[in-house]
Design a protein around this ligand. Structure first.
Ligand SMILES: Cc1cc2nc3c(=O)[nH]c(=O)nc-3n(C[C@H](O)[C@H](O)[C@H](O)COP(=O)(O)OP(=O)(O)OC[C@H]3O[C@@H](n4cnc5c(N)ncnc54)[C@H](O)[C@@H]3O)c2cc1C
Length: 211
């Protein structure tokens, strides 16, 4: 059992995503002869709200070291696909867990928290030793438990995800994950994601095109 740190890695992204998006977008105007001549083609489309063209590209990420509390929020995004570590099939006898900064920085709270994690782990093990199935023993597991998940979404959904999950009022873990994804995508598809202005200190970002 150990504390974990959030790790986000890119598993796949549509190859030549911006070329594909421009190709799709130019179909609307039959302006293929102008392909590649206007470096603002995609950003102009996004500014105008012509967002369906960016649905043609998508990205997949593996997220490790975040809590079940986080994944519960992530899977609320319906226009996305998920594959998550199962508590029915994976034994959680030696589970890892996330620790919020507010608890990490408070020695008394940290002691209480750690002791609860140990107690949860011990109770889980005892239930398993009594031949209780994983799917039932898991009922005592805390929200803090690390859960690995793969998340796939198209670029339009990813922009929506960034718009609502990179706001200060969003929860800190999902902000950290969204921030790491945004940094990766700003490198992979700068015309689609380059308009987000980041605040590294608070893990927040805002599109230049949104109010
Ligand atoms: C700060 C914050 C606090 C939150 N607090 C709570 C809370 O207390 N309780 C709670 O239950 N949830 C809460 N949520 C989750 C929130 O209500 C959404 O479920 C979650 O953010 C997914 O967003 P979404 O529905 O826009 O996105 P997606 O499911 O990814 O959908 C993308 C977009 O597609 C469209 N769409 C998708 N499905 C439909 C549909 N069936 N009908 C019409 N349009 C659709 C919408 O335009 C939607 O914005 C919170 C979210 C945030 C950011």
């Amino acid at each position: 059992m150990k504390q974990v740190k959030i790790d986000v890695s890119l598993l796949a992204v549509t190859p030549d995503s911006e070329k594909l998006i421009e190709e799709a977008g130019r179909t609307c105007y039959l302006s293929f002869d102008k392909s590649g001549t206007n470096e603002n083609f995609i950003t102009n489309a996004i500014k105008r709200g012509h967002l369906s063209i960016i649905e043609h590209a998508s990205a997949s990420f593996r997220i490790k070291g975040a809590s079940r509390a986080f994944t519960h929020q992530l899977v609320r995004h319906r226009v996305a696909s998920f594959s998550q570590q199962s508590q029915r099939y994976v034994d959680e006898n030696n589970f890892n867990y996330a620790v919020p900064e507010s608890i990490q920085n408070n020695p008394e709270a940290l002691e209480l928290y750690t002791s609860f994690m140990q107690q949860a782990q011990s109770t889980y093990s005892q239930l398993r030793n009594m031949k209780i199935l994983k799917e039932d023993a898991r009922f005592i597991l805390p929200n803090a438990l690390e859960s690995e998940i793969v998340f796939t979404a198209n670029f339009r959904e990813l922009r929506h995800f960034f718009d609502i999950r990179l706001e200060k009022k969003a929860q800190w873990e999902i902000r950290i994950v969204a921030f790491k994804m945004l940094q990766i995508l700003q490198h992979e598809a700068p015309q689609v994601f380059g308009d987000y202005i980041s605040d590294q200190e608070n893990f927040t970002a805002q599109s230049k095109y949104n109010n």
